[in-house]
Design a protein around this ligand. Structure first.
Ligand SMILES: NC(=O)c1ccc[n+]([C@@H]2O[C@H](COP(=O)([O-])OP(=O)(O)OC[C@H]3O[C@@H](n4cnc5c(N)ncnc54)[C@H](O)[C@@H]3O)[C@@H](O)[C@H]2O)c1
Length: 351
């Protein structure tokens, strides 16, 4: 299955195919005419898929940099290590960086590719469900600072995205759940039939055979949104459905309790409950979201009084002067941006 993200000179193809990793060389040679490639990956993924990829790239000169897994590696301080490896391997602007991994590797290697020598071509090979349906598409790359996540970054599009759903067989369950949170989000904001399809199964195991086509649908939705708003000044905000509360919950528990996907799940359900109370969302939609979250093992509440969260919401850099844009649903499959302020959350009581 092939999609194209249409962004004039920055357009690029996305291929979704079981087993595509073995044929990476063929696809890469269509977009890259140089010789040298550096593969950036992490220490979970490279031992599983590094050799397969290097073998598939036998007509190129390949080097690799394997970094520790986890968000703490996506730090500004990791960049010099990546630049040093690029220099040591004589990477120039006519060479290529491949990000082989989850969202952490994609964001980090993507930002290194964007900034080294003012830009080296990049190919994304996402290996987590979240990276396959979300972070590898759209060109946002970034690293974290001690003061906060994604504070240094760029818009930098890959030349190609290769998605092999087979690699999800080794993805730990908690990251499958995280990815499913984002898949459900796409259904909520843009695609009722995707939401209904997801609701018609009883577990991820049952859904598994449908995963390639589900990834395709999610990428297609993200592609459309990114094409309409490449630089994140409008429509792209819809992708933040559930994220205001999610960021707040994550910050409140200092990223130690709910994972991002779990926090988004709670955020989507809770904000929809609130919007129903205000008459902004059709009645009964929150319950449907709740039922769907339960199927995929995601939470919908965290028993926290909203008064506890208000300070964290206020401190969030995006909520300047109490003004707050939240993403709500008219109904499942149809979303909108609603300008409001912090009082919006007060009716929630406990979330
Ligand atoms: N750029 C964007 O638009 C965008 C969008 C959403 C999220 N993000 C970023 O994505 C990051 C989260 O991504 P993530 O959840 O993929 O995190 P991650 O890269 O840390 O991957 C999750 C874990 O799964 C492991 N893993 C990944 N694929 C595997 C596989 N196939 N088999 C076995 N293990 C595997 C990784 O080693 C890691 O331990 C965050 O930093 C977030 O800010 C970026």
């Amino acid at each position: 299955m092939k999609l194209t993200v249409n962004l004039d000179n920055n357009s690029y193809p996305v291929y979704i195919e079981s087993g595509i990793l073995k044929h990476a060389g063929t696809y890469i040679s269509q977009v890259f005419k140089g010789k040298r490639i550096i593969i950036v990956s992490d220490d979970n993924i490279y031992p599983l898929y590094g050799e397969l990829l290097v073998n598939a790239l036998s007509s190129f000169e390949c080097s690799s940099l394997v970094l520790p897994h986890g968000e703490s590696t996506k730090s500004f301080e990791t960049l010099p290590k990546i630049f040093a490896a690029m220099l040591a391997n004589n990477i120039t602007r006519s060479d290529l960086v491949i990000a082989l991994g989850g969202g952490v590797t994609g964001d980090l290697a993507g930002f290194a590719a964007a900034s080294y020598l003012r830009g080296v071509p990049l190919v994304q090979i996402p290996t987590s469900l979240l990276a396959q349906v979300d972070s590898s598409i759209g060109g946002k790359v970034a690293v974290d600072l001690p003061q906060g996540k994604n504070l240094v970054g760029a818009f930098y599009h890959p030349k190609l995205v290769l998605i092999d759903p087979d690699v999800l067989n080794t993805l730990p369950e908690r990251y499958i759940r995280d990815g499913m949170g984002e898949v459900i989000k796409y259904g909520c904001i843009k695609d009722l039939s995707l939401f209904e399809l997801l609701s018609s199964y009883h577990s991820f195991e049952e859904l598994k055979s449908q995963i390639p086509s589900i990834i395709y649908r999610c990428v297609d939705i993200k592609r459309t949104i990114v094409e309409a708003d490449q630089f994140d000044t409008g429509e792209r905000m819809l992708l933040n459905f559930g994220h205001t509360l999610a960021h707040t919950i994550e910050q409140f528990y200092q990223y130690k309790r709910e994972s991002h996907g779990e926090a988004v799940a709670i955020g989507m359900y809770q904000i929809t409950c609130l919007a129903e109370k205000y008459g902004l969302t059709a009645l009964g939609e929150a319950e449907k979201i709740c039922d769907l979250l339960k199927i995929y093992g995601l939470p919908y509440q965290c028993n926290l009084p909203v008064s506890e969260l208000n300070d964290a919401i206020r401190l969030d850099k995006k909520n300047l002067e109490d003004n707050l844009n939240v993403v709500l649903l008219h109904r499942i499959g149809s979303s909108f941006v609603y300008p409001t302020n912090l009082n919006f959350f007060e009716a929630a009581g406990t979330i």
